[in-house]
Write a protein that binds this ligand. Structure first.
Ligand code: SF4
Length: 423
């Protein structure tokens, strides 16, 4: 996480109406030079100033289009750090991308750092010497001096895939090693591509494995929906394991098609299967829809899973009189609930827990005004700039996704097999 210096006092002393007026004035002053992007999970106080709202990848694409149309010089991202990086990657070189509070990171993205990823890759893909037939499970474990008793079978190829919610460095790593980026909307399509060989056709006797990072839950939920067995065809790589080798044995890696990085979203992790039971007891006719970053046990109990765009679409097209419980960030759910009420659709959070993205919540009106004041005075503060080499390889990984999916932002919804879609 980057360090955000404290704001000058005058920003913290302003009242909300003063802040609104000042931001509106700066917005008018900066005109077409500026594009403001607001993520679905952002608080109402600042989303009201966004030119576009959406998920992270859609917003970056819209910013790139807007820059093309209007020649905008600045993009302010009301989101978190990796989102601003994606906007910098996708917009032209001269575009300046700004994050109003540098402390707005993403706890999930931070769970996969570059060094640990390189170490994991080297250990998993270690081609060393072939195993001897009598090596037992104990000897497979990486010893404290870092030596590995067994190495990856030559017929196995590992392809790294990362979620959009990862740092630019991780996206670049995937691009450089024949992998791709995915969103929660197109994860299955990207997995299919990788399992078919990815950038090169799969050899006749070749076995493909996917190293997926950083969200174990999106990886597990997607692979399970494709028919892979959670217990036997997936394993979880823990980069912090004191035992080394991700806390796994080579056998775990050998049996698994999916090696899932031990990362999670601190917001979606708060939803529990019991919340689904509670809401069904209260509203027997409820439709439960959750984001695929939720725990697999929650997804199994839900009626539907969907990306943020998928959830939005489902609620916007829901039948009047229907009742919904949604498992995703609270600001998005509240906005959907308010709009749906007018159509006679009832929407509530799946749980009463405070499921808000606390890092995104750091972006507030004082910070927004602070960066806009500086822009109006010809100064750039809080710029997010991705290194050229990292940008090149990140784009490679993003382009592979785009070639597969067209836009990458198609709203995705999965309906539990035994439940009819109630929209
Ligand atoms: S909701 Fe979760 S994945 Fe999304 S930005 Fe917040 S911490 Fe990261």
């Amino acid at each position: 996480m980057l360090w955000q210096p404290a704001l000058p006092d005058r920003y913290t002393k302003m009242t909300d109406p003063e802040l609104v007026d000042a931001i509106r004035a700066r917005r008018a002053e900066l005109g077409d030079d500026l594009v403001i992007l607001g993520h679905h999970y952002q608080q109402d106080d600042v989303i009201q100033f966004a030119d576009f709202d959406g998920d992270s990848f859609k917003l970056s694409q819209l910013a790139a289009e807007r820059v093309e149309e209007t020649g905008a010089k600045y993009v302010i991202f009301l989101g978190v750090h990796f989102m601003a990086e994606s906007a910098d990657i996708l917009t032209p070189e001269q575009t300046i991308v700004i994050l109003p509070d540098l402390g707005a990171g993403c706890s999930m993205a931070d769970m996969a750092n570059y060094t640990e990823t390189v170490e994991a890759w080297e250990e998993i893909t270690d081609r060393g010497t072939k195993p001897s037939s009598d090596q037992g499970k104990e000897s497979d474990r990486r010893s404290l001096d870092g030596s590995m008793a067994r190495s990856l079978d030559p017929s196995v190829r590992v392809i790294p895939i990362c979620y959009m919610n990862s740092s630019a460095a991780i996206k670049a790593f995937c691009g450089k090693h024949g992998g791709a980026v995915c969103t929660s909307s197109n994860c299955e399509r990207v997995f299919e591509w990788a399992l078919a060989g990815g950038t090169q056709p799969r050899g006749e006797n070749e076995e493909i494995k996917i190293l997926f990072l950083p969200d174990q839950h999106l990886g597990r939920n997607t692979a399970a929906s494709m028919g892979y067995d959670v217990a036997t065809q997936m394993c979880v790589w823990d980069p912090k394991s004191p035992d080394g080798f991700g806390g796994l044995d080579r056998d775990d890696v050998e049996r698994s098609t999916f090696i899932l990085w031990k990362g999670h979203c601190s917001v979606h992790k708060l939803f529990r299967p019991e919340h689904v039971d509670e809401i069904r007891a209260m509203w027997p006719d409820v439709t439960v829809m959750v984001h695929p970053e939720c725990d697999h046990d929650v997804v199994l109990k839900a009626d539907m899973t969907g990306s943020t765009e998928g959830i939005k679409k489902a609620i916007e097209t829901a039948k009047p009189g229907s009742r919904w419980a949604i498992g995703t960030e609270v600001h998005m759910v509240n906005r959907l609930a308010n709009a749906a009420k007018e159509r006679g659709v009832t929407v509530r959070m799946l749980s009463d827990c405070q499921c808000l993205c606390t890092t995104m919540y750091r972006i507030d009106m004082p910070h927004l005004l602070y960066v806009m004041d500086n822009l109006a005075e010809g100064k750039v503060v809080n710029q997010i700039k991705v290194d050229d080499e990292v940008k090149k390889w990140s784009l490679e990984a993003l382009d592979r996704m785009l070639e597969l999916t067209g836009t990458g932002v198609v709203a995705s919804v999965t309906v539990a097999q035994d439940k009819a879609q109630p929209v």
